[in-house]
Design a protein. Sequence first.
Lengths: 139, 117
Amino acid sequence: MSVNRLQQLKGHILPQNKITAMAGSASPLTTHVLNTATGVPGANMTLSLHRQDPLTSAWSLITTGITNADGRCPGLITTQMFTSGVYRLHFDTAQYWQSMEETCFYPYVEIVFTINDPGKKHHVPLLLSRFSYSTYRGS
Amino acid sequence: MMESCTLTTHVMNSVDGVPAARVALSLHRLEPPLMVWSLLSLGTTDEDGRCSGLAAREELGPGTYKLRFETGSYWESRGQTSLHPYVEVVFSISDHHQRIHLPLLMTRFSYSIYTGS
């Protein structure tokens, strides 16, 4: 049997993989919170995504969410809504540490970023400890 | 009388491995009860990427503060684009803080903040 035919059959008999893949790629913008102090994903952290109006500079809320056990939050935005512009991801970091009975130097973290190529996927991770954090353009 | 807290920062360009000079920045405080940001001071980093006098005229008592770095303008002045138009760091000063050093390490597509000594 040819490789192509095998791949076609695999597509037929494992439909849940396709659905999972579609769901995973539903949001062109993703995030991932990592607790660098303990070396685990930052789970159960509330966050929100906002977009800035280019004319008024006012921020509007797109979605709120909470990270899952893997520190991720699927479904941040749809492909249709993800247009060029300035966005902001807000992470409730102090609340997160408080739930573990710790303080945090940063009451919240806001990462503001510019999207010029909304056709591409954008990954905005947050690596966080009680006294430091970092972010980068991921893939 | 409460002792004042000193605040210093240091901005580093991690791409070129040099201090980030001439980065404009501003310090703000969240003012109760309305919870609006008030501007405390403006500054620009020197050739060594440092900015002194951020809190020279103000006592930094306990509260919530924001340090804003005009990083987008910095990269623009070098003829480059960047992912983040600016960086704002919101932090809490508590009673026992005497000296806060908040360095910023950045590239065109990333940044990291930590509080050190």
